[in-house]
Structures are given as C-alpha cells and as structure tokens.
Design a protein around this ligand. Structure first.
Ligand code: NAG
Ligand code: NAG
Ligand code: NAG
Ligand code: NAG
Ligand code: NAG
Ligand code: NAG
Length: 434
C-alpha cells in the first residue's frame, strides 16, 4: 500500500469518527463500507463476507429516508427555528410521455410560507433536509463503489433495464430515492438520453391504503386486535407505571398537556440534537436516553408475539423473496432494486431476523445480495447498516440459498389472508382502525 493510500485511508477513518461521535447514533447509519467518499473505496477490506470465488448477481436494497425535521411539534414556541433549503422542482407532463422535456421553459417549486407550519422556520413536519438528501447521495456513492466498481454488478453508465425503484408515496422517501440514485449514477454517468433531453427514472409507488413496506391495518385487520390486546395487558400497564414520572417530567419541561407517543418524543429530541440545537430546558441527556429506551421497548413489544411482526411484513418480504426466485428462473433480469421506506420498514424487516437491538438511524440500509459460484450454486448475504448478518438456519453469512429459503419460508405466513381476519370473539364492534 503506498503512502498516499495510507493517508487517504486515515483521512476517511478520522472524518467518520469525528462526524459520528458528536451526535446520537440516530442521526446517520453507517455506510455499507465504512467510507465517507468514493475515493476511499478499493483499498479497504472486503465489505461482504466470504465472497472468494463468487460473483454477485443481484441486490435488493431497503432504506430509511435521510435526516428530516421532527414529526411532532410542541406548538408552543419552545422549539428552535428549522431551516429547509432542499427544494424540488416540478414539471407537469400531459400524456406522461416526457416530450415536454425537450422544451422546458418553466419549472415550479413548492415553498412553505414561514409561520404557517407547525415548526418555527420554513419546514413542514417530517420534511427531508438538505443533509438528509446528502446522506442518500453518500449512500448511493458507497453503493457505486461497491456494486459498480468492486463487484462489477452494475454498468458504469446508467442502464435503466438494470434497476427498479419503489418508494412509499411520501416526499422524504421519494427524495431519498432520488439522492440514492444521484450518488449511484452521478452527472456524466446517466447514459444516452434517447428521444428526450434527459433520462426519466420511474419511481413506483402506491396509495398508502395498499402500502406493505410498513405494518398496515388495512391490509391485515387483525393487527388492530393484537394492538388492543397488547396494550390491555399487565406487561403494558407495568411499563406505563414505570414510565409515568418520566412522562410527567417531559410534559412539564415541554409545557404540554398530553405527551405524544414515546417514539415521537424520542424523534423530537434526537432530531433536535442531530441539528446541533440545544435540548429544551429540563430535557437532559438522561431523559433523552430514558425516552429512547421506552420507545424502543414499546415498539418491539407492540410487534410481539412474533406472529404480529410476521403478519406486518409478510407480503413485503414475500416480494423480496419472489424477486430472488424470478431472477434465478430468468423471468426478470433487474440487478438492483431500491425500496425507499421508513424506520418502520427497516425495523420490522430486520426484526423478522431477530434483530431489534437499536432503532434504525436515518439513511439505514438493508441489502439482500444474491451470489453465485462457478457451479451455479446460489447464496444470499444479508447486510444491515454495513454488517453481514448471520441468518438463523444458515451455516455462514454467505448463506446457501436452500438454507436461506427454508428460513424465509418459515417467516412468511402461508395462510396470510385467513390469518389477517379478526376473530369475532374478542371484539364484535372492532371497527376502529387506529
Ligand atoms: C438557512 O440556511 C441557509 C442556507 O444554508 C443559510 O444561509 C441561513 O443562514 C440559514 N438560516 C438559519 C435561520 O439557520
Ligand atoms: C427558507 O428557505 C429558503 C430556501 O428555500 C432559505 O434560503 C431561507 O433562509 C429560509 N428562511 C428561513 C426563515 O428559514
Ligand atoms: C441509557 O440507558 C440504558 C438503560 O437504562 C443504560 O444501560 C445506558 O448505559 C444509558 N446510556 C447512556 C449513554 O446514558
Ligand atoms: C416465471 O414465469 C412463468 C410464466 O409467467 C411462471 O409460470 C413461473 O412461475 C415464473 N417463475 C417464478 C420463479 O416465479
Ligand atoms: C385478544 O384477546 C382476546 C381475549 O383474551 C382473545 O379472545 C383474542 O383471540 C385475542 N386476539 C388476538 C388477535 O390475539
Ligand atoms: C374493542 O374495541 C374497542 C374500540 O372499538 C376498544 O376500545 C376496546 O378496548 C376493545 N376491546 C377489547 C376487549 O379488545
């Protein structure tokens, strides 16, 4: 290794340590290889494990959006001013055929009027920030170094037949997917433009009623019963009792009558710290930590027993499995899938594999990699925020595909539709879908 490379490596390592040590882990998930920018890639150790003699065939990436404003505001002037500079230009297209792109003379931009949102400043609740967008550019760059250069899975110049993109129908996830793709294919690598002046990438989405990248009561009504049962239990009463004083303390400090959910409080505190703002008076580090612990516990508890978690994610996970099967059978040739979602996409997905120890930070990412050896044997490697996961039932992090499928099929709920029907005994009236 020459001196220049050593220096570069040192710079990369230091810049990561410094930027990450000052802020809560929540603010930024580790990149796939522990690099900050693309210059740092090739010299580093193998970012997937046990890849000797294997070729990467296909990857599915599931992400959480990047840094955003909080989802909850106290509405009482105790909050710092939030500053949103990430714009997004719009261009309606009649007939949806892109022809107008040859002839653009006016674009539109949505701008929130200051003082007319919940947050002071000019952001809406949950709006992606410029930093959040950058986090996904960085993520896309890291994936470029891995999947374009190191593993030669994708073409250097965008070939649209190689990628497929899906997002929830929410501005921050749509924009995060755009940041991801901008990092993966930066300007100058976006390929031939055909008949239009620019390429167009479809981002597939659906109405929230049908969205299965998050737990969704509309798709699986029995989840409502599980929710009522879980929250009407000794365990849950005990939890509320233990955290009663903490909640009162927070309500007093924030000068609010009724605190929102633990996760909203956690998110408010972390988002505040992620932006370098001071915590509100009375909210100490230990209150933040206790709020985080309560939030994580409650979230994991409400997804228990494991059937709740499985019902919540079964159809989405099934789509991931189907893509692998269809790719192997030759039905599809797409090599790179992006699923742009939320913490309650990434969290419950990883929980299927028994991983629930921490809340998914901004720009969290999960990779399902399909590998092949010279004898056409297939393998799956599952990675979460830069760490290769030992999936239960698998003999290695490079999991022989039969072993992986066996575990996967034990996670999927075979009689999903029936299993989602509420039992009539427990709640005849049960027509309230929270
Ligand atoms: C908002 O961001 C812009 C651009 O980064 C900066 O010039 C401005 O000072 C910021 N305003 C506040 C209130 O932080
Ligand atoms: C509002 O957003 C614009 C960018 O669109 C930024 O330049 C400006 O500083 C922001 N204003 C406030 C009050 O934060
Ligand atoms: C946060 O709380 C947990 C559980 O109460 C504790 O184990 C941990 O040390 C605390 N961390 C910090 C940084 O205070
Ligand atoms: C591939 O496509 C054929 C024809 O549509 C279908 O019958 C078959 O089940 C597909 N294979 C997989 C693995 O989905
Ligand atoms: C909820 O609890 C009731 C009463 O114990 C029970 O009959 C019902 O099956 C439970 N529902 C679920 C979905 O577990
Ligand atoms: C039945 O549903 C209602 C809401 O419609 C809820 O308030 C109540 O706790 C539920 N009861 C049981 C036993 O699940």
């Amino acid at each position: 290794m020459n001196e220049f490379k050593v220096l570069l490596l040192l710079i990369c390592v230091i810049s990561i340590t410094v930027t990450q040590s000052q802020k809560p882990f929540y603010c930024q998930a580790p990149l796939p290889v522990f690099i900050k920018n693309i210059e740092c890639d090739h010299s580093l150790s193998n970012p997937s494990e046990n890849t000797n003699g294997l070729t990467l065939k296909m990857v599915q990436v599931v992400t959480r959006h990047g840094d955003r404003t909080p989802l909850y505001s106290t509405m009482n002037g105790l909050m710092d001013e939030w500053n949103c500079t990430l714009g997004s230009y719009m261009l309606p297209s009649q007939g949806n055929n892109g022809e107008t792109l040859n002839n653009v003379d006016l674009l539109y931009r949505k701008v929130y009027l200051p003082g007319r949102e919940y947050l002071p400043g000019n952001c809406s609740l949950g709006q992606l920030t410029a930093l959040g967008y950058q986090q996904h550019i960085n993520l896309g760059q890291a994936f470029r170094s891995l999947y374009v250069y190191k593993y030669a899975l994708l073409s250097e110049t965008l070939d649209e037949s190689e990628i497929w993109v899906r997002s929830t129908d929410v501005p921050r996830t749509l924009q995060s997917a755009q940041g991801h793709l901008t990092g993966l294919y930066p300007p100058g690598t976006t390929g031939e433009t055909g008949q239009n002046s620019v390429n167009i990438i479809d981002i597939f989405t659906m109405d929230s009623y049908f969205e299965n990248m998050e737990p969704n009561n509309n798709l699986c009504p029995i989840l409502v019963q599980y929710y009522y049962n879980n929250t009407d239990s000794q365990t849950y009463y005990q939890f509320n009792k233990e955290n009663y004083n903490l909640k009162k303390e927070i309500e007093q400090a924030l000068d609010i009558n009724k605190a929102p959910d633990w996760s909203d409080l956690m998110d408010l505190f972390f988002a505040t710290q992620c932006h370098g703002f001071d915590l509100p008076p009375g909210i100490t580090e230990s209150v933040v930590n206790a709020t985080y612990q309560a939030s994580l516990w409650e979230n994991n508890y409400l997804l228990s027993p494991s059937i709740v978690n499985r019902l919540s994610m079964s159809t989405f996970f099934e789509e991931i499995i189907n893509n692998i099967e269809e790719f192997i059978s030759g039905n599809i040739t797409t090599k790179y899938f992006i699923f742009s979602g939320h913490d309650d996409t990434v969290g419950p997905l990883m929980m299927l594999f028994g991983i629930d120890q921490y809340w998914p930070p901004y720009a969290s990412h999960v990779e399902f990699e399909l590998w092949e050896d010279d004898n056409s044997n297939k393998f799956i490697q599952l990675k979460y925020n830069g760490v290769s996961i030992e999936v239960s039932g698998c003999s290695s992090t490079m999991c022989p595909i039969d072993e992986f499928f066996e575990t996967a099929y034990s996670i999927l709920v075979p009689d999903y539709s029936d299993a989602c029907q509420p039992t009539s005994s427990s709640n005849e009236s049960g027509s309230v879908w929270p």
